[in-house]
Write a protein that binds this ligand. Structure first.
Ligand code: CTP
Length: 212
């Protein structure tokens, strides 16, 4: 199978020396990429900047901004049987990026942000993707309802939801505990290492590939 995975944070420049980003470590997406490469699938890993080693035997495409990630996904997704969007994509970017460093001046400073494109939300329509589509949802409340709303809105077959208000799982942790939200039901996966969950999420996604 051909498997496309997005992972890590995106970085949105403010000026040549500063950027906006988030706390995503990329561990969950890289664990899925490892699991898929170990099982001899062809993997394209499209990743924002992380501290992680690139798994062996994956085609790795590094990106920084959401616009770069969007363009790379648009180019490659048509070849994928399964697309898994684990990246923590910045929802907004600075409206203007000067080509010089911004000098401090007043006591306050206002940064205008504009909405980024929704890459996962573009898969079904703008990219005309027909394969298995897996999204992630990071929630602090109403985990299942919010994840199901995302699943429907973005045309996913499965949303992997995690509760980011818990300190022991998510973001930089090595462990995670997720709820798998399907169009007609949900199932919990008990807490485990991201390495272990990577295998489970991959298996669950592959189960959704129709027999050829
Ligand atoms: N995603 C994406 N492109 C974006 C934003 C999100 O591909 N511009 C993907 C993520 O990779 C993830 C899912 O969409 O698979 C998360 O959806 P999103 O609505 O961004 O989730 P939250 O940030 O948790 O949403 P909200 O701010 O609405 O809580």
């Amino acid at each position: 199978m051909n498997i496309l995975i997005t992972a890590g944070p995106t970085r949105e420049p403010i000026d040549p020396v500063r950027f906006l980003t988030n706390k995503s470590s990329g561990k969950m997406g890289y664990a899925i990429a490892h699991a898929a490469a170990d099982a001899s699938h062809r993997v394209i890993l499209i990743s924002g900047p992380t501290q992680l080693d690139v798994p062996d035997r994956v085609d790795y495409i590094p990106v920084e901004t959401t616009a770069e990630m969007y363009a790379v996904v648009e180019h490659w997704i048509g070849k994928a049987d399964v697309a898994i969007f684990s990246a923590a994509v910045a929802d907004y970017r600075p409206a203007q990026v000067p080509d010089h460093k911004i000098k401090k001046s007043g006591e306050t400073m206002t940064l205008e942000l504009v909405r980024n494109p929704d890459i996962l939300g573009s898969a079904r329509n703008a990219f005309d993707y027909r394969g298995v589509l897996v999204g992630f949802a990071a929630e602090t409340e109403n985990l299942e309802d919010n994840a199901r709303e995302k699943l429907e809105r973005k045309g996913c077959d499965l949303v992997v939801a995690n509760d980011v208000s818990r300190k022991d799982i998510g973001f930089d942790s090595n462990d995670n505990e997720v709820l798998l939200v399907y169009p007609d039901h949900s199932e919990g996966v008990e807490k485990g290492s991201k390495h272990h969950l990577g295998h489970i999420i991959l298996e669950k996604a592959l189960e959704l590939v129709p027999p050829s």
